[in-house]
Design a protein around this ligand. Structure first.
Ligand SMILES: [Zn+2]
Length: 169
């Protein structure tokens, strides 16, 4: 059994036979955002599944991405389901479209990763009023243990490439 990692009062356990997530979190602990890329068609995917969702091939390799992207969608959590998040509310959860592989394999596709919008320290939550579609972000890693870090996102100082939008108050 792997050692449980505690995060906000919850035990995070990645089973030893769950190689996709175990390796993903271990790469994150090295502060590298690594995704699985298909050996047949070359496309990356997230989550890091065994089979390619585009061509079904079972061959893959880890590939590093920049971790830079744009907020594609978001939500603001006002009522925490887990008690450990109660003191953090309201906080933003962002769906980030990475710069790599935008518009592939179709015009509407992209590599999209979900995370919390945090401050550059990778730990504290960003002010929820700062969450908006179209803002630029960069990956930050929240170290939890020797073998595990969470992938989170912080606002970058880059200008938004297009329209910025958030739900009116
Ligand atoms: Zn493929």
């Amino acid at each position: 059994m792997p050692q449980p990692v505690t995060y906000r009062g919850m035990a995070l356990i990645v089973p030893d036979n769950d190689s996709e997530w175990k390796e993903y979190f271990a790469h994150a602990r090295q502060h590298r955002l690594m995704l699985r890329a298909c050996k047949a068609c070359g496309l990356m995917r997230y989550p890091p599944t065994h089979a390619c969702p585009w061509c079904m091939d079972l061959g893959w390799t880890w590939k590093e991405v920049s971790g830079r992207g744009t907020i594609y969608s978001y939500e603001v959590v006002h009522h925490a389901i887990q008690p450990g998040f109660k003191d953090a509310t309201p906080y933003g959860v962002v769906l980030v479209e990475l710069d790599e592989q935008r518009g592939q394999p179709t015009a509407d596709e992209g590599l999209r990763i979900i995370g919390n919008l945090v401050k550059p320290d990778g730990v504290s939550f960003e002010d929820d009023t700062q969450v908006a579609i179209g803002k630029r972000v960069r990956v930050v890693f929240q170290d939890l243990a020797e073998h595990m870090a969470l992938v989170q996102f912080a606002l970058s100082d880059e200008a938004p490439p297009g329209h910025v939008w958030r739900l009116p108050e």
